[in-house]
Design a protein around this ligand. Structure first.
Ligand SMILES: Cc1cc2nc3c(=O)[nH]c(=O)nc-3n(C[C@H](O)[C@H](O)[C@H](O)COP(=O)(O)O)c2cc1C
Length: 350
């Protein structure tokens, strides 16, 4: 049977209606004081669900009070925040769409003015380059987390994940990408710790490893996605020196925990696919037998091909979903109205 972007997909007991994912995108819509989300956020996600997204991954959601990197970031560490997300999950579930909460801690990519006077925290006291989003002030040198605090944050991930499930989410995505806290532990450039969380790659991956171990206590393993990336938002030139070693080590951690969903984030899917020496997607496909989400500047027709060619199991669209809540309908309509047209002959509805 031909694989199709519109065909359903099962991960354990989780059935998704199609292979189209709305990528996680920070929007800054939350109440900045309370970290709660309101009916506008429910309406925003609800619209993308109504028009048929298979899976929505939310914007990054702060897992504790030092986790946010700009204004308007929602949280999921207080009871009221958890309750506020119930409006969103209820709205989305009306349309059979599934929704995962993206669990986020930005680490050093923040400022005390964003964190109610708390200094940003990180594996080591090395500051990010550039300026804080919206605040427009340079990043501060973060305070290095003590060993006890590292274990506390691991517990915070678990508690946030438990809240997410109580809020009605179908699963969670652990944001380990883009140069934020987990990635700061993984990267040798930002992690100079002397304890069990620093040094070898295995030690640097321990933070992620223990977070997964804790989150698994409250979320079924087939409902935990891991987002990983080579690129950092605050260090756009960064590349993995040994990509194969990284891909192998990261997928090894996920496999050890029998996780099922990997979401490697790249800026441009085609670039990583075509550059033979650094074909991250090919590498991930090679080392990862389970569900893989492709993302990064993918046009909808190309998304159809990616699924049919078995390059990935899901295709995530980011910016296109902001401007087109009805992206899935548009894609379906083009295919149904013009079934015999080749890709080049199809009118561009998006
Ligand atoms: C406005 C905006 C906010 C984003 N926020 C997040 C985020 O909170 N978490 C995350 O993992 N990625 C975030 N991303 C990255 C997207 O998930 C996605 O990987 C990226 O936009 C590439 O996909 P696209 O070319 O289809 O937009 C954001 C992207 C945009 C444009």
């Amino acid at each position: 049977m031909t694989r199709s972007i519109f065909s359903n997909y099962k991960i354990g007991n989780l059935t998704l209606d199609n292979r189209i994912v709305m990528a996680p995108m920070t929007r800054g819509f939350a109440d900045d004081e309370t970290g709660e989300v309101n009916y506008l956020v429910a309406d925003y996600y609800g619209k993308r669900a109504r028009y048929g997204a298979g899976l929505i991954i939310t914007e990054g959601i702060a897992i504790n009070e030092t986790a946010k990197g700009t204004y308007g970031i929602p949280g999921i560490f207080t009871h009221c925040q958890m309750l506020s997300w119930q409006k969103v999950t209820r709205e989305v579930h009306q349309y059979k769409t599934k929704i995962f909460a993206q669990l986020w801690h930005v680490g050093r990519v923040s400022h005390q003015e964003i964190l109610n006077g708390h200094a940003p925290v990180a594996p080591s006291p090395i500051s990010a380059s550039g300026k804080v989003h919206r605040l427009k002030k340079p990043f501060q040198t973060p305070r290095a987390l003590t060993n006890t605090e590292v274990y506390q944050i691991i517990d915070d991930y678990r508690d946030a994940a438990r809240n997410a499930m109580e809020a009605g989410f179908d699963g969670v995505e652990i944001h380990a990408a883009h140069g934020y806290l987990i990635d700061q532990f993984i990267s040798e450039k930002t992690n100079q710790r002397q304890d069990e969380f620093g040094g070898s790659l295995q030690n640097r991956l321990r933070f992620l490893d223990l977070i997964i171990k804790e989150v698994k206590k409250v979320v079924p393993k087939n409902r935990i996605s891991i987002r990983i990336s080579e690129k950092k938002d605050d260090d756009t030139d960064y590349v993995w020196e040994y990509p194969e070693e990284m891909v192998c080590a990261i997928t090894g951690v996920l496999a050890k925990h029998q996780l099922k969903i990997l979401h490697p984030s790249v800026e441009n899917y085609e670039d990583t696919l075509q550059n033979d020496l650094r074909s991250l997607h090919t590498l991930f496909r090679q080392y990862w037998d389970e569900t893989l989400i492709a993302v990064g500047n993918i046009d909808p027709e190309r998304g159809v091909d990616i699924i049919e060619a078995d390059q990935a199991d899901f295709v995530a669209f980011g910016q296109l979903f902001i401007s087109n809540p009805d992206l899935v309908i548009r894609l379906k309509a083009t295919r149904e109205i013009f079934p015999n047209q080749t890709k080049d002959q199809l009118p561009c509805l998006v």
